[in-house]
Design a protein around this ligand. Structure first.
Ligand SMILES: *Cc1c(COP(=O)(O)O)cnc(C)c1O
Length: 385
């Protein structure tokens, strides 16, 4: 038995390792939600989120909740009984938004690909041509499979048909290239604990002008009061203008922490930040290849840069996850229902560093050996480059 330590390395696809400065902000004395220091921090955070999403024309919202709440905010405000929705389905989280759309009264069409692949653009185009669709949803990075969807190209197809584009950016925003305005995305959302680099607890959503217009044009009010743009719009406008406001108590400490992490993203610059994720992901791909591990995504072009999903090799099974934890690194098992027991996942987003990758790959090598799978110790680490 290894000693239980707080000093393990958290390398799952969220929550992740956070910068100590972000955690210090979380642990500070809680201020009033109308304290000028908090109001300034909230205002800065909202403006920073426009930079992170490359969305100068969008309205940002930050609510207490997780990514699933942000997903439901998108659905609750855009969809009403009888609307038609297309789900570009790449896995577990696409299924989730599909279910949610149905709960909110939409007629849902799923375009599915095999696990590890993305539905073809032509297929999306053909389906949208049949007419009648109000929204199309895309999971930018499906965290269950590490599949990266071609959001830019998909959004262009939807735009051509005048269909609203909703992007689940929970495992991508802050780590993958995502240009909301330039790509014609109407709503994008995420949660604090993934590539944004702040502890769990915040739902983040940005709504562009077409989405706000579609919400205004509803024939029926949003049934959920907590999720209604109508309740939150004046609050977020007031905070951004550095004026106190109240609808429901904001998660003060969480927003103070998000302010620090979003500030770090903005300071790094989105181009540099995405390039850093791409470089780290490319190192990881080389290391996995050197260890003979097969990625779940079917090609490099559909492989995310924020996490890796890899099949267990040979006779290895989920015991690997435990063995790696024994080496002080926490990784995750599978999540896609069809393949759950066949693969594992390693997150590499946010504040992740090269030395984290060295430690992680080394722990996976040792874990594989402990599971009786022959690898040459150090060969994966050497391949990180
Ligand atoms: C994690 C995740 C979610 C759900 O977020 P929670 O914060 O766990 O509710 C949704 N979509 C994607 C792509 C995710 O990675």
């Amino acid at each position: 038995m290894h000693l239980m330590s707080e000093r393990n390395l958290l390398m799952i696809p969220g929550p992740i390792e956070f910068e100590p400065s972000v955690l210090r902000a979380l642990g500070e004395k809680t201020r009033s939600h109308v304290d000028p220091v908090f109001i300034k921090a909230f205002s800065r955070t909202l403006q920073g989120l426009r930079t992170v999403f490359a969305a100068p024309t969008a309205q940002p919202f930050v609510l207490a909740g997780s990514g699933t709440l942000a997903m439901e905010m998108a659905v609750a405000n855009l969809v009403q009984q009888g609307d038609q929705a297309l789900v570009v389905n790449t896995g577990y989280f696409s299924d989730r938004i599909g279910t949610m759309l149905e709960r909110h009264g939409a007629a849902v069409t799923h375009l599915r690909a095999d696990p590890g692949a993305v539905p073809l653009l032509e297929e999306v185009d053909r389906t949208l041509s049949t007419g009648g669709f109000k929204v199309m949803t895309v999971t930018h990075v499906d965290t269950s499979t590490a599949v990266l969807a071609p959001v830019k190209a998909l959004a262009a197809v939807a735009r051509k048909h005048g269909v609203l584009v909703v992007v689940d950016g929970v495992c991508s925003a802050g780590g993958e290239a995502l240009e909301m305005d330039a790509w014609g995305i109407d709503v994008a959302f995420t949660a604090s604990q993934k590539a944004l680099g702040a502890p769990p607890g915040l739902a983040v959503l940005l709504a562009g002008p077409r989405a706000m217009a579609a919400w205004k044009a509803r024939s029926r009010p949003v049934a959920s009061m907590y999720l209604d743009f109508a309740e939150w719009l004046p609050i977020h406008e007031a905070y951004e203008a550095e004026k106190p406001s109240y609808f429901a108590t904001p998660p003060v400490n969480g927003i103070m922490a998000l302010d620090v992490s979003v500030g770090q993203l903005v300071a790094e610059g989105m181009v540099a930040r995405v390039a850093r994720h791409v470089a780290l992901a490319s190192s990881m791909r080389s290391a996995w290849k050197a260890l003979g591990l097969t990625p779940l995504p079917k090609s490099d072009s559909v492989t995310a840069h924020t996490l890796s999903a890899l099949y267990y090799p040979g006779a290895v099974d989920a015991a690997l996850v435990k063995a790696v934890a024994g080496e002080g690194v926490v990784i995750a098992g599978g999540l896609h229902p069809a393949l759950k027991s066949k693969y594992f996942r390693v997150g590499h987003m946010g504040a992740v560093s090269r030395s984290d990758l060295v430690v992680t790959v080394n722990a996976v090598e040792r874990g594989l050996l402990a599971c009786g799978h022959g690898v040459e110790l150090g060969s994966g680490v050497a391949a990180l480059g």
